[in-house]
Design a protein around this ligand. Structure first.
Ligand SMILES: [Zn+2]
Length: 171
């Protein structure tokens, strides 16, 4: 059982019957759970609320938020809604990626151009790997590559031990 469970549902109450058991179990086992709703379902599945005189979208959302938050709280989970709309639900790819990024830290391993694990940050001066001299640039970006520094073009490239030793930049 994962230590952290994230449930993403289209509407604010979907998790109750779709994933309520999994959320309760994860929390019972010492994990944490977060429920994210894409929409409050303020139009398609809030029919009863719309029977009230003078009802507004904002009020339906407020009520739906309170209900979902209370239900999630009973299960030991937090709740938040992205409020992306209902009929139509406009899925915002950037926001979904933000959620994915904040919850799934990416373990990156630096690689040499040959595919081997990079163990050296080679200092490349005028296109040649150099092994001496002061480190005056600690990181390169596309903006600085090609910009002469004291007359030289200095950049850094991650290489495996063999290609660092051979000064082989793979081109
Ligand atoms: Zn290599």
């Amino acid at each position: 059982m994962p230590r952290r469970v994230q449930v993403i549902g289209a509407h604010s109450a979907d998790f109750v019957w779709r994933a309520g058991g999994a959320v309760a179990k994860a929390v019972e086992l010492g994990g944490t759970a977060e429920v994210i709703a894409l929409s409050y379902g303020e139009r398609g599945e809030s029919g009863e609320l719309w029977k009230q005189e003078g009802q507004t979208v904002e009020n339906v959302k407020r009520i739906r938020h309170a209900e979902a938050e209370a239900a999630a709280g009973h299960l030991g989970a937090s709740f938040r809604c992205l409020d992306l709309g209902d009929y139509p639900l406009e899925i915002d790819g950037d926001r979904l990626l933000e959620i994915a990024d904040e919850r799934v830290p990416l373990q990156v391993e630096a690689r040499c151009w040959c595919g081997a694990r990079a163990t050296h940050n080679a200092r490349v001066v005028n296109g040649e790997v150099t092994y001496e001299g002061e480190t005056v640039v600690v990181g390169d970006t596309s903006r600085t590559v090609g910009t002469p520094l004291f007359g030289d073009v200095v950049r850094y490239e991650l290489l495996c031990r063999r290609h660092f030793r051979d000064g082989d930049l793979g081109r």
